[in-house]
Design a protein around this ligand. Structure first.
Ligand SMILES: CC(C)(COP(=O)(O)OP(=O)(O)OC[C@H]1O[C@@H](n2cnc3c(N)ncnc32)[C@H](O)[C@@H]1OP(=O)(O)O)[C@@H](O)C(=O)NCCC(=O)NCCS
Length: 177
């Protein structure tokens, strides 16, 4: 692990950092996310402020930020859905191109997984666009495999995404519940 990379849960007053990272990720990798850059640019700053405040404290949704030398350089979302199974997801993963291949992505996924496990998750899910071969390989290297679920992408209905899953025991530092 690169020692200059750290991950911390978002703080309630980091709406501006959240907005900056989300717009940067959508500008850089529009193929990877359900939202569009236009959605993010069109949203009022208060939307990011309220999401940051919620994700700093909620027990069902969180955002984690990657820092390199103290500068924000990536993010990941973690959440439980509201189905009876209360499935746990990581989402909106992005690492700035300048700091890729330093295991920042791995650190984000593992930190988000540890938080989900601490809130009771046994499995961690992630939707990945079939065309995003890089992300698919990245998740497979971290121990994720296909669930069999496959769906059209709402933003681009001619394209498909695949639901991957990993047992929480694959995450370092996580004890089985
Ligand atoms: C996917 C993404 C988050 C990975 O971020 P990252 O910080 O580069 O991730 P890591 O460094 O942990 O691993 C990435 C790759 O680097 C390799 N790597 C990691 N450390 C390495 C090292 N020291 N030397 C050489 N290669 C290394 C890994 O093996 C991995 O390669 P692989 O994908 O061929 O298996 C990043 O590419 C990204 O933001 N992409 C655009 C957005 C996106 O697709 N998000 C996912 C949405 S589902």
């Amino acid at each position: 692990m690169n020692p200059s990379l750290t991950v911390r849960r978002i703080a309630a007053d980091q709406g501006d950092v959240f907005r900056e990272l989300r717009t940067a990720s959508l500008r850089d990798a529009p193929y990877a996310f359900g939202d569009t850059l236009e959605d993010a640019l069109g949203a009022d700053a208060s939307v990011f402020d309220s999401t940051a405040a919620e994700h700093a404290a909620s027990r069902t949704a969180a955002t984690f930020i990657l820092y390199t030398e103290g500068h924000p350089a990536g993010l990941i979302g973690a959440c439980f859905d509201d189905t009876p199974q209360r499935r746990a997801f990581v989402r909106e993963l992005w690492v700035a191109p300048a700091v890729r291949h330093l295991r920042g992505g791995e650190l984000l996924v593992n930190t988000a997984s540890e938080w989900l496990a601490s809130e009771g998750a046994r499995e961690i899910h992630a939707w990945v666009a079939d065309e995003n071969r890089n992300a698919m390989r990245f998740y497979e290297r971290l121990g994720f495999g296909p669930t069999g679920d496959h769906a059209r992408i709402a933003r681009a209905p001619d394209q498909w995404e695949t639901l991957l899953v990993r047992d929480v025991r694959f995450a370092p530092g996580v004890q089985e519940h």
